[in-house]
Design a protein around this ligand. Structure first.
Ligand code: G4P
Length: 518
């Protein structure tokens, strides 16, 4: 095996998807603690809270109590390099959330045991399903009152259409959480509450306590009888999910989950290009820009492009070509990125994430490749927007700056800019999947482009991606307007979800999709 294949084989690149409050932050922190990547519990939280170096940009974060910056955490477990890409999936839900999922090979889905599958989990799962991303499920908060485990599995199957295969099984006689049994080995791990925030990590106790397991003996036999074992192919295609039970807060079930990421999640593999041809991991360097962040850190006032290495070896200083523009991109300043800290990086392999500084020409979705071996990866999918506002320059004398700013934000994908053919540039509509995108965009218009905006509500509530064949029919309807994105792609805007559903039902011949693929 070449260097590149060996290095790729020992990498796992994944994200955590969850609904707010399911425990993503807690779990991330426990992963990092377990791997020794951070020394103290609370470090992830305090990163969130550490706003002492206030800048203009961070002021926005502080005001909203959100983390606009996104972290890529890298740590090792069992001689494997784990790259954990943070999905800004909470109050700061935005298109970035979806884009990040294009950079991963697997996802850990965290479910709050008591609440089951929640709306944001469903949305994020839909992106994973569209890409066939394998999903490992962690049922969290087992230390609290929960429904019967079989009900939790049914919920996964009902809401997400995922066949749920329990790898561990909770022992919870009379509602008391006593541990989990690993169904593969029959070893029982006894639960001991360790809410002491990280004093002891991964305390799963391998004492196979017989009486604990007997409490669930019948359930285990039943599971064996119905054949609830993981079908690996179905998992790799995103159709079945191995399920683990635990409690992130009490450090319980973390090691088994990490083992599963190493043992079950796929390493970086050949990636289909825009024509559907696989780009082998050993091919010369190629990478996908899945996120561009402006002004991440006041000490580095620049734009940082996050590139996921897809094939070959990335070397700092080597130059690559941007497939969209044909222009060379100097990778002189490459960084490994974790939160706001940066470390200079000299080489990276498939699955790794590199931050390119001063990448002014790069946009989310761009492909980079070594000059001698061109490739172009398919565009990043995004959901149709759910928030709309008409943008006007607050100061009429600054229309030029306004236009420039709007164009720049559109290119970066901070908001989607939609135009009506009769109105042109006059009053573009800003569209977003998360409300926060408007705050970020308005803030940047004012502070970066010196063109404050006035946002006005629209009469639209939902959008669907459509095609040229459907445009004329849609245009003729009441309650629908066709707008176009920068690349000309038509988007049908509706007054309400009700109207959109009705038109979809009455006109099956029209193309109306919730996922935008170009
Ligand atoms: P998120 O990133 O998905 O939004 O969730 P986060 O980790 O912040 O956790 C949300 C809340 O759930 C936190 O409580 C956290 O302590 C709690 N939690 C996480 N895992 C478990 C678990 O396994 N068991 C129990 N019982 N609770 C858990 P909080 O009160 O909102 O915040 P905090 O004051 O504890 O930080």
């Amino acid at each position: 095996m070449s260097d590149v294949s060996t290095e790729a084989a020992r990498r796992r690149t994944f994200a955590i998807i969850s609904h707010p409050d399911a425990g993503k932050t807690t779990l991330t922190e426990k992963f990092l603690l377990y791997a020794g990547a951070i020394g103290q519990a609370g470090a992830v939280q305090s990163r969130k809270a550490d706003r002492s170096t206030t800048s203009d940009w961070l002021e926005l974060e502080q005001k909203r109590g959100i983390s606009v910056t996104s972290a890529v955490a890298r740590f090792e477990h069992d001689a494997t390099v784990l790259n954990l890409l943070d999905t800004p999936g909470h109050r700061d839900f935005s298109e970035d959330t979806y884009r990040v999922l294009s950079g991963v090979d697997a996802a850990v889905m965290v479910i709050d045991a008591a609440r089951g599958v929640e709306p944001q989990t469903e949305k994020l799962h839909a992106v994973c399903r569209a890409r066939g991303t394998p999903i490992i499920t962690f049922v969290n908060k087992m230390d609290r009152p929960t429904p019967e485990p079989l009900e939790i599995l049914d919920d996964l199957e009902d809401k997400l259409g995922l066949a749920a295969h329990p790898v561990t099984w909770p022992v919870k006689p009379e509602g008391r959480f006593e541990g989990v049994v690993d169904r593969r080995t029959q070893v029982t791990y006894q639960y001991r509450s360790d809410v002491g925030q990280g004093a002891r990590i991964a305390q799963e106790d391998e004492s196979a306590v017989a009486q604990v397991a007997t409490a669930v003996q019948e359930e285990l036999e039943l599971l064996d009888a119905i054949g609830a074992d993981l079908d690996r192919d179905a998992f790799l295609n995103g159709k079945a999910t191995p399920v683990f039970f635990g409690s992130a807060l009490s450090n319980f079930g973390i090691r088994l989950l990490l083992d599963a990421i190493v043992g079950l999640a796929p390493p970086p593999g050949d990636r289909p290009d825009a024509a559907g041809e696989p780009r082998p991991v050993e091919a010369p360097f190629s990478g996908l820009v899945f996120k561009v962040q402006a002004n991440l850190d006041p000490r580095h006032r620049d734009r940082l492009a996050f590139v996921r290495v897809c094939s070959g070896r990335f070397e700092r200083g080597a130059s690559a070509v941007n497939a969209r523009t044909g222009k060379k991109v100097a990778a002189k300043y490459a960084h490994a990125v974790f939160g706001r800290d940066r470390e200079t990086l000299d080489e990276a392999y498939p699955g790794d994430v590199v931050g390119l500084v001063n990448a002014t020409d790069l946009r989310a979705g761009d492909t980079l490749h070594e000059e001698s071996a061109p490739v172009s990866f398919p565009p990043l999918p995004t959901f149709t927007p759910e928030h709309f506002a008409t943008a006007h320059p607050a100061d009429r004398s600054r229309v030029k700056q306004f236009r420039r700013g709007v164009q720049q934000l559109d290119e970066e994908g901070v908001v989607q800019v939609l135009r009506h053919q009769d109105l042109g540039d006059q009053a573009p509509i800003w569209a977003a999947v998360g409300q926060l995108q408007f705050d970020v965009a308005s803030w940047r218009m004012e502070h970066e482009f010196n063109a404050p905006v006035r946002l006005e509500g629209t009469r639209f509530d939902v959008a669907r991606a459509t095609d040229e064949d459907s445009v004329a029919a849609l245009d003729a309807m009441r309650d629908v307007e066709v707008y176009r994105r920068e690349n000309g792609a038509p988007l049908a805007l509706f007054r309400s979800a009700y109207v959109a559903d009705r038109i979809e039902r009455e006109h099956p011949e029209l193309t109306l999709d919730t996922l935008i693929l170009s």
